[in-house]
Write a protein that binds this ligand. Structure first.
Ligand code: ADP
Ligand code: MG
Length: 611
């Protein structure tokens, strides 16, 4: 006969571990949150082998007394709550007192901790949750947790782990989120012996972003912000040209917590509508603040769900922050605005309700795309230099002309209706401006072409069609590129995709590759950066296979092989590009930016006040 039995505490911990400890990244998340709760302002996160064999989190927080150090590993042990009234706080803040117990149950943990102001520290060693060693230890103030051999005693779970590389990437994402959500804390992240990033902890988001993602990414960002008095949005978005093949660099923080949200993602991407090539995604680091009662951040340890009381309002905050940032920076055409909307915008802004009055159809944005793009004009910045002004306006010219005008410009209108060539005279080549723009004219129209963008598109299209536009160029001295062992392997695995494009690459020791040939016209100085980029693209395609990476690889190759802005180009080459653009064969660069803009005579006359 069956007998009811009470689960042993160890078994209960194992069950809890199943919920809380999903993979190495979830352990890192719990440990870093504990460090932050302990008031640390410097945290070091280190992992080896994707975290499966080794994870370490060291902080300079409060530390623990010898007694607390041991209690911390008991199930439902938490110093953060004691009374029942705080139950709500358990739900909102996620103090369940089970993370350490659950982790300890499925790993080997070494804890070294010393309370602030105390003379000696404590060392504990636990194996599968059981304390094997305890004693005093000399260690700095604060806490170090080392978690080894995760899931060593639960082989079924171990089997579900992905490759070290995939688990490591997940830990990296956790470390990045932790650092971005706490710019006031200095976070150092070391992976397989290599320091990946180290934030200064100066409480400035910009320096945090810079130290994580590097100079190029940080300098390409555009500040974005809105505030309607209820929902405050602040952060940075990427320029359309810096779009990526995935959404890995979209970070949203709601009241300081990193969340994943289809709503926020859609709002951001709608802001870029018509400015991005299909399959390309913008990056962002956006901080959204509102009263705690207006948002429900599900704090289940493994989830980052979020529910908003007023979804439309939050959507609008992110959408308009994006739209106005792109408009103000001159990175995107600003849609036309009806006078009525302008008035509505002004009134509502004056009432403290930021743009909430803009006529927005109450459609579900998950199903139907919102149509506000035509109803909003970003505030125009004052004091822009005249020349920039010209190009900014020019940039959006094809979109701004009225619909009848647009019909006359089928060659570079955004409608992909094929090259319907109208009865028009050919363009006359005028010359090149700033080593960057091709100038040409025909009846009452000035054409300005971004030579790099246009050439990039030409190469991309031919590569995609399977042609060999880019010839291979052997390097007399191979370029040796140092990269992580993972990246070396990734590039080698991707050779079947790279070789037909003109690359010759082989391994050079464990942590380098030798590049012996590249597509013609690639600058040797660009090669190391380009290899990193290719490795990143190949790695993020990962399991989906090489095919998934192909499009983005072609983007990258086309970009590197295309003629460069700021460097002189022969007239002959420029004329070939002009011909292609004039024939309507290319309209957008592979990143979705227009390759050419036109100024009509009327537009120029107006600028010179001739009318
Ligand atoms: P919770 O964080 O929900 O309280 P945990 O199992 O994560 O539960 O941690 C249990 C307790 O251990 C904490 O409440 C805290 O008192 C203590 N603790 C854990 N990590 C640290 C740390 N890095 N520094 C100081 N105390 C810590
Ligand atoms: Mg905790």
């Amino acid at each position: 006969m069956a007998k009811i039995k009470k689960l042993s505490p160890h078994l209960a911990d194992l069950i809890a571990a199943g919920e809380v400890v999903e993979r190495p990244g979830s352990v890192i998340k719990e440990l870093t949150e504990n460090s932050i709760d302990a008031g640390a302002d410097a945290i070091t996160i280190e992992i080896k082998n994707g975290g499966l064999t080794y994870m370490r989190v060291t902080d300079n927080g409060s530390g623990m007394s010898p007694e607390d150090a041991e209690t911390a590993f008991l199930r439902h042990a938490t110093s953060k709550l004691s009374r029942e009234e705080q139950l709500e706080a358990i739900e909102t803040l996620g103090f369940r007192g089970e993370a350490l117990a659950a982790t300890a149950a499925v790993s080997r943990i070494e804890l070294m901790t010393r309370e602030q102001g105390s003379d000696t520290g404590t060392r504990l060693y636990l194996d599968g949750g059981a304390v094997m060693e305890r004693g005093p230890a000399g260690c700095p103030e604060g806490t170090t947790m080392i978690v080894r051999d995760l899931f060593f005693n639960t082989p079924a779970r171990l089997k579900f782990m992905k490759t070290d590389r995939a688990e490591g990437a997940f830990v990296t994402a956790v470390a990045v989120r932790c650092a971005l959500s706490h710019p006031e804390v200095s976070v150092k992240y070391i992976k397989d012996g290599k320091e990946e990033f180290h934030t200064p902890g100066d409480n400035r988001r910009e320096s945090c972003i810079y130290s994580i993602f590097g100079r190029e990414f940080a300098l390409g960002l555009i500040p974005a912000a809105t505030d309607d008095g209820t929902v405050k949005v602040e952060g940075y978005i990427s320029a359309p040209k810096d779009a990526r093949g995935n959404r890995n660099n979209q970070f949203f923080f709601v009241n300081g917590r990193c969340v994943k949200s289809k709503l926020l993602q859609t709002a951001l991407e709608q802001g870029y509508k018509n400015n991005l090539f299909t399959g390309r995604f913008p990056s962002c680091v956006m901080y959204i603040e509102m009263k705690p009662g207006l948002v429900d951040v599900n704090v289940h340890p493994a989830k980052t769900d979020v529910k908003f009381l007023n979804e439309r309002q939050v959507f609008d905050g992110v959408y308009y922050a994006t739209l106005s940032a792109l408009g103000a920076s001159g990175e995107a055409p600003i849609p036309n605005v009806s006078e009525g909307t302008k008035a509505a915008v002004k009134t509502h802004a004056a009432e403290g309700g930021f743009y909430k009055g803009a006529a927005v159809p109450k459609k579900d944005f998950f199903v139907t795309k919102p149509t506000y793009s035509g109803d909003y004009k970003a505030p125009v910045q004052e004091n822009r230099p005249v020349q920039q002004d010209l190009f900014r306006d020019g940039y959006s010219a094809p979109y701004r002309t009225n619909p009848e005008k647009r019909a006359e410009l089928p060659r570079w209108s955004e409608k992909e209706t094929g090259p319907a060539i109208p009865e028009q005279p050919d363009y006359r080549f005028i010359g090149e401006a700033m080593d960057t723009y091709i100038l040409a004219e025909r009846d009452g129209e000035l054409l300005v072409i971004d030579k790099h963008a246009a050439h990039e598109r030409m190469i991309f299209d031919r590569l995609k069609a399977g042609g060999r536009e880019v010839m291979s160029q052997p390097l007399i001295v191979p370029v040796i590129c140092r990269m992580s062992g993972d990246a070396v392997q990734t590039v080698l695995d991707g050779l079947e995709l790279l070789e037909p494009l003109g690359y010759e690459i082989d391994a050079f020791g464990d942590d380098s590759i030798a590049v012996r040939a590249v597509p013609a016209d690639t600058d040797a100085g660009d090669i190391p950066g380009h290899m990193e980029e290719l490795a990143e693209i190949l790695a993020s395609a990962g399991k989906q296979g090489l095919e998934a990476a192909k499009e983005e690889i072609l983007h990258s190759v086309a970009c590197k092989a295309a003629i460069k802005a700021g460097k002189p180009t022969s007239r002959k080459e420029l004329e070939v590009i002009l011909e292609k653009v004039a024939a309507g064969e290319i309209k957008y660069c592979p990143h979705g930016r227009p390759v050419a803009v036109t100024f009509t005579k009327e537009e120029l006359d107006k600028r010179f006040k001739r009318t």
